[in-house]
Design a binder for this molecule. Structure first.
Ligand SMILES: [Zn+2]
Length: 232
């Protein structure tokens, strides 16, 4: 990848972005770089190879977190690669990359930061609320509160609740499912961010309000076995 970066650096500064795009599209680049990188990113992605932005669709594209158009020299920077679905990549994120007055990114990098430092997921409505400016810009640029995602998150909440109830039954020897199967269902379903938010909010001051309709879930979410199996 260093060789390819040097090839971009060798181009005139005004044509580096176009050079980077050409190299990225080469068949040899696909074989030597993008296919192996995609395989590694898929193993890091939430759920079953889900998009690192929306968590809902299959991650099909390698997204450059800092876009080629802004910094072509990071085209082959491993730390700049994320797995995204084509919808997030082409319709939301695109070439947008807001920065603050000192040039620091105002977008959450989901591979390097904990999104929950910047975002609070309202589990009842399935929408994110910003905790920081970076969170606010990320909601806007990634389109995190689009209605179809909010709906998917509400569904995911219901699936996690059902699986955890069954998990408790399985632990006491009365349920029809194996505990491992239930953990696997939770881990692989879309919108894995919902389960992560539930695990965090089960341990926060507002727990009683957040889980007022399903209070029996709270002790299960606090169970060390459940937390070690599910918490990322
Ligand atoms: Zn997506």
């Amino acid at each position: 990848m260093v060789v390819l970066t040097e090839e971009i650096r060798a181009a005139r500064s005004g044509s580096r972005t176009e050079t980077a795009r050409q190299i990225w599209r080469r068949s040899s680049t696909r074989d030597d770089v993008t296919t192996p990188v995609r395989t590694v990113l898929a193993s890091m992605a939430p759920g079953a190879e889900r998009c690192m932005y929306c968590g809902d669709n299959q991650g099909t594209d390698i997204d450059h977190h800092e876009p080629l158009a802004r910094n072509p020299l990071r085209t082959f920077d491993w730390l700049n690669h994320l797995l995204a679905c084509s919808h997030c990549n082409s319709h939301h994120k695109r070439d947008r990359f807001p920065v603050d007055g000192e040039g620091r990114p105002l977008l959450i990098d989901p591979s390097a930061e904990d999104p929950f430092d910047h975002l609070l997921l309202s589990l009842s409505v399935g929408e994110y609320r910003p905790l920081t400016e970076k969170g606010a810009r990320s909601i806007e640029v990634f389109g995190l509160n689009r209605p179809i995602l909010a709906r998917g998150r509400r569904q995911a909440f219901g699936v996690v609740v059902m699986c955890l109830r069954q998990w408790r039954a399985a632990e006491s020897g009365t349920g029809p499912y194996e505990p491992d199967v239930l953990v696997q269902i939770i881990r692989e379903q879309p919108c894995a961010d919902v389960c992560q938010a539930m695990l965090r909010q089960a341990d926060s001051p507002g727990t009683a309000v957040v889980f007022r309709k399903v209070p029996e879930i709270v002790p299960i979410l606090r169970d060390p076995v459940v937390r070690s199996a599910l918490l990322r």
